[in-house]
Every structure is written in C-alpha cells, then in structure tokens.
Design a protein around this ligand. Structure first.
Ligand code: A3P
Length: 302
C-alpha cells in the first residue's frame, strides 16, 4: 500500500481540467463564476480571519501556522482533518475541498482561505473589518511553483511548456490573474484595513520571527516553548511528512505525486534551475515596471 492511501479521499467522479473565464478582468475558474452571486453576497463575521495569497506563495504553510497559533500549539487539533477540509477555500467549487457552503455552516471564529485579488474579495470582509493575513512570494519562485502545480494537478488548466507557461504568467493569463496586480492590490489594501502582509522569503529566513508576528496580530501570547513547538511543526520537512498538511490525501488521479509533489522543494531561489538569463531579465523588467513606486521589494535569494 502506498503512503497515505489508507486515509485518502475517494476519487471524484470525473476529473477535468478547469477552464478560465474573465471575472471583472481577472481569469478565474468557470466553476467559480457559476457561484459568483453567493460568493459576492457571502456574510463575513467580524471575528473571521481571512488568509489570502497568490497561488503557490505559501498558503498552506501559513494555514498550518495559523491553526497552530490559534490552538496554542496543539498538533492534535491540526491532525483532525486535512488542511483543505479544516479551512474553507471560499471561491473553490470542488467535491474534496471545503468551500463556501462549509464556510457558511462553520461556527465562529472561522479561518477562511482565498486567492482572490483584493478588489474581488466579497465586500462583507471589508465591512466587518475582518483581520486578513497575506503572504507574498517573489515572482520567479512563485512562477516555478505554479508551473509544477499545473503539471501535477490534473484539474488545473494545461500549462504547456515552461516557456509557454512563463509567458502566460507574465501576461497575467493564468488562474487568479496577474501576480503583480495581486501583490500590489493587497499591499495598498493594508493601508486602510487590518492586514498583516508577510513575505515567503522572510518566513524562510526566520520562521520564529514571522510566527511571532502572526501571534501578535492574532492577539495570542505564546510562551517560548509553544512558539518553538509551532516552528518545529511547520518546518518544510515536517509539513512534507505530515499527511494532514501535505495533500497526500488527495487521490493521485487529481494531484499526481509521480509528476511533482505538493510539498515540492520549499526553498528560495529554485527559479535559477528554470529561468534562462533572458527570461530572468525579462521578468525583472516586468516587475520593475509594474511595481514601480509601490515600495514593494522582493528578495530572489537569501
Ligand atoms: P514549491 O513548489 O516551491 O516547493 P501554496 O500552499 O500556496 O500552494 O504554496 C505551495 C508552496 O509552498 C510550495 O512551494 C511548497 O513546497 C511551499 N511550502 C509549503 N509548506 C512549506 C514550508 N513549511 N516551508 C517552506 N515552503 C513550504
């Protein structure tokens, strides 16, 4: 029996690649558009916490950190179910993943997940002044991670070759749209809303420091021993080995670990293995142009 198969979710009846449609200028899954009305009128509650990211920026990592912080460092609480069932992903419509209806049925306080750009987040999150934590990751590593995710997740749109995927990524023609619009939009939103804006590279550099920021933002006092336990629980190696955090419970017909694992490398600078010099320079130019004047700086290596 292969690793994790005993507790794996059943295969969904049909596995099809998602198609992208334009939703107010942002390419999203057509299944999201079909449920747009209930999503837009979703009733956030004042004590909701929203975890927001561009896809593959470190969402799962932050989700596990938040769950550990909120539970006072209790790994048993995090072991109650796979991460994608513990924290509803509000715009996703999928038989295996908790979504909008699960969020509605969930008792407070809720932690919810989205990849939506700031302008498409349901208005009640702003009206209720909900706390939001955002993680941003440098565009190059983010693009590489997203490419491999498209390869392994049989429900993502067909990625094509790396060169083709990168062109689409730079043009914002991938699911959830332009990386630079996303990181910029949330960066601006933090000036008018309670948003903790984190960087993947900072988390890699000093996880203890960044978890302290999360705890402070959530008004949680963590004794040093608890903090250390959370750091240990959320290292890449430990999350990769944790079936409740590593997506191994998703059937391989959906996420194929033979192609690439969900917990793939978890490093800063893997882009160097993928980008040509010309591609790297081109993305540098795109980022410089699109982020100019925003005071947003990304580290490409540590
Ligand atoms: P790589 O593909 O570069 O390895 P998301 O959760 O937003 O889908 O992001 C997934 C990316 O975050 C993957 O990046 C994954 O390996 C990385 N990741 C997940 N948990 C991590 C951890 N504890 N430490 C470092 N990186 C982590």
């Amino acid at each position: 029996m292969d690793r994790g198969s005993a507790m794996r979710d059943p295969e969904p009846r049909s596995i099809q690649r998602e198609t992208l449609v334009d939703v107010h200028g942002v390419p999203l899954f057509s299944s999201t558009l079909e449920k747009w009305a209930p999503l837009w009128s979703f009733k956030a509650r004042p004590d909701d916490l929203l975890i927001c990211t561009y896809p593959k920026a470190g969402t799962t990592w932050l989700q596990e950190i938040v769950e550990m912080v909120q539970s006072g460092g209790d790994p048993q609480k995090c072991a109650r179910a796979p991460i994608y069932k513990r924290i509803p992903f509000i715009e996703i419509v999928h038989p295996l993943l908790a979504g909008l209806e699960d969020a509605e049925a969930m008792p407070s306080p809720r932690t919810l997940k989205t990849h939506l750009p700031a302008q498409l987040v349901p208005p009640s999150f702003w009206e209720q002044n909900c706390k939001i934590i955002y993680v941003a990751r440098n565009a190059k590593d983010n693009a590489v991670s997203y490419f491999h995710f498209h390869r392994m997740d049989q429900e993502m749109p067909e990625p094509g070759t790396w060169d083709e995927f990168l062109e689409n990524f730079m043009a914002g023609k991938v699911a959830w749209g332009s990386w630079s619009d996303h990181v910029k939009g949330w960066w601006e939103a933090k000036d008018r809303h309670p948003i903790l804006y984190l960087f993947y590279e900072d988390m890699k550099e000093d996880l203890t420091r960044e978890i302290r920021k999360v705890a402070h933002f959530l008004d949680k006092e963590l004794p040093e021993a608890v903090l250390n336990r959370i750091v240990e629980h959320t290292t890449f190696d430990n999350m990769k080995a944790n079936p409740m955090a590593n997506y191994d419970t998703i059937p391989p017909s959906v996420m194929d670990p033979a192609v690439s694992t969900f917990m793939r490398k978890g490093i800063v600078g893997d882009w160097k293995e993928h980008f040509t010099v010309a591609q790297s320079e081109h993305l540098d130019e795109v980022c410089a142009r699109e982020l100019r004047g925003h005071g947003l700086n990304f580290r490409m290596e540590l």
